[in-house]
Design a protein around this ligand. Structure first.
Ligand SMILES: O=C(O)C(=O)C[C@@H](O)[C@H](O)[C@H](O)COP(=O)(O)O
Length: 358
């Protein structure tokens, strides 16, 4: 078992990564909670919810709310329904919400916890590779049809309990989605970590030791950034590498048409092309492209309007005065957040989409 404590200027919590955590979840939770709501999705529910409930109901009252799997559940309607559940289950300020699932569940349940009665405790129990990123750092949110994560808050969990046994039942699409964020952590931190990641073949069974090592390194990269800049006034933006176009693609296509990680993968390729153009950076575009393509990431998109994508990018949270800001790389491990003006962006995006054959 590996434990990392995240310490920011305002709070502190542990991220525990290990095996067989779900089967002993009662031992990881403080006894003080008398009423717990587990929020999960239909797929995770069928795999793990019974276990969680069985282990917790011996010590406390437990309710379960299940939402449909997929990004489209990060909606205002689903959020409202969960608040209604919390009221009906008589959760009070001393109650706990457990987010059992991937990034969508962590974001949605965390946002419910951050707003119900002005904020109650929540714990992240991630079950996907992607959640090594989303469960750490306290960003919680739901989507607006106009843009990803536009409604949200910074609301750190009380703990992250990451049972890596859950990762071995993931469908390929989920493995791809999660690994895009692992690759992102490699690009913004260091060359050795990145080249290690790009050696892995996602189409074959992942070796538990390698997977766990990649995840722990990703969490460490994220932790060190979040500890210095929890509210994203500066270096936390670097964690958004690949997300400016990635989020625009997700919302433009309609949430759930492409996974978050698959969209971020395309976004990282674009950010590399922009870095080459604006910073004359020498980055492994071809190597990343090859790796993505041999691991079956979708790299062509249905026809999308460049103007519409740019309008979406302007709604990104990094934008100021309707100016698109992107995270670029001077080199691997050396990111920078830069404004890119509309004219330049149009030309670069048209060229990039042609290059992808979209
Ligand atoms: O934690 C962060 O900060 C990140 O940017 C990590 C991203 O991978 C994650 O998808 C995050 O939720 C995106 O944040 P947003 O502020 O761009 O919505």
């Amino acid at each position: 078992m590996h434990k990392q404590t995240i310490k920011t200027s305002t709070n502190q919590y542990d991220v525990v990564v290990g095996k067989d955590i779900i089967n002993h979840i009662d031992q990881y939770l403080p006894r003080k909670y008398k009423n717990i709501l587990v929020i999960t999705d239909a797929e995770v529910h069928s795999l793990y919810a019974d276990k969680v409930v069985r282990h917790l109901s011996a010590v406390t009252k437990v309710h379960v709310s299940v939402v449909p799997a997929g990004e489209s559940s990060k909606s205002i309607n689903q959020y409202y329904q969960l608040l209604t559940d919390a009221i009906n289950y008589q959760l009070d300020r001393k109650s706990l919400i457990i987010a059992l699932g991937g990034g969508m569940i962590g974001d949605l349940a965390g946002f419910v916890a951050s707003t119900y009665m002005r904020g109650i405790d929540f714990i992240q129990v991630p079950t996907t590779i992607l959640a090594h990123d989303s469960s750490v750092g306290g960003k919680v949110a739901i989507n607006h049809p106009e843009g990803k994560n536009l409604i949200g808050s910074f609301y750190p969990p009380q703990a992250v309990l990451y049972d890596i046994d859950t990762l071995h039942s993931l469908p390929e699409k989920e493995i791809r989605s999660g690994y895009a964020e692992v690759v992102k952590h490699g690009f913004i931190s260091n060359e050795d970590y990145l080249s290690d990641i790009l050696k892995i073949d996602l189409t074959k069974a992942l070796q538990p030791q390698i997977l766990s090592d990649h995840i722990q390194k990703g969490i460490a990269v994220k932790a060190s950034i979040v500890e210095q800049d929890e509210k994203e006034s500066n270096i936390r933006k670097f964690l958004n590498f690949g997300h400016t176009l990635g989020h625009a693609i997700e919302s433009e296509l309609g949430y759930g048409r492409i996974t978050h990680g698959e969209a971020v993968a395309i976004g990282m390729l674009f950010a590399i092309r922009v870095s080459e153009d604006k910073l004359a950076s020498n980055l492994p575009f071809n190597e990343l492209f090859q790796w993505l393509s041999s691991n079956n990431y979708p790299l062509t998109l249905p026809p999308l309007s460049v103007d519409d994508l740019i309008n979406r990018m302007k709604k990104d949270k990094k934008s100021e005065n309707a100016q698109v800001q992107m995270v670029l790389l001077k080199e691997i491990g050396n990111p920078i957040a830069m404004n890119v003006d509309d004219g330049e962006l149009t030309g670069l995006l048209e060229k990039f989409l042609r290059e992808l054959g979209s």
